[in-house]
Design a protein around this ligand. Structure first.
Ligand code: SF4
Ligand code: SF4
Length: 80
C-alpha cells in the first residue's frame, strides 16, 4: 500500500512531508498541495496519515505486482 493524498481535502499545511521519514512526499507549490513524489519509496508506515489534521491521506495498492512480492516475502519470513 502507498499513501494517496486527496487533493480536494489537503490544505497544503506540509505536516505530512515533515512526518515522512522516507522523504517520499513533496510539496506542489503551484497547486499548494502535498503529493507523493516517490511512490516506490513509500513503506506504508502511515506516519503521514497520523500527522494530517485534515485526514486527507488514505492508502491504496499502487503496484499490484510489488504488493504481491512484498506479501510473499512476509509469508516466507513467517514460515522460517
Ligand atoms: S498534512 Fe494533510 S492537509 Fe497537510 S499537506 Fe499533508 S495531506 Fe495536506
Ligand atoms: S506511509 Fe510512511 S513512507 Fe509512505 S508517504 Fe507516508 S510517512 Fe512516507
Amino acid at each position: 500500500m502507498v499513501a494517496k493524498i486527496e487533493k480536494s481535502v489537503c490544505n497544503g499545511c506540509g505536516l505530512c512531508i515533515y512526518a515522512c521519514g522516507e522523504f517520499c512526499l513533496d510539496f506542489d507549490a503551484v497547486r499548494y498541495k502535498a503529493h507523493l513524489a516517490k511512490p516506490r519509496d513509500c513503506i506504508d508506515c502511515r506516519h503521514c496519515a497520523y500527522a494530517c489534521p485534515r485526514h486527507a491521506i488514505t492508502f491504496v495498492i499502487a503496484d499490484v505486482e510489488r504488493f504481491l512480492r512484498r506479501e510473499g516475502r512476509k509469508k516466507e519470513a513467517r514460515q522460517n
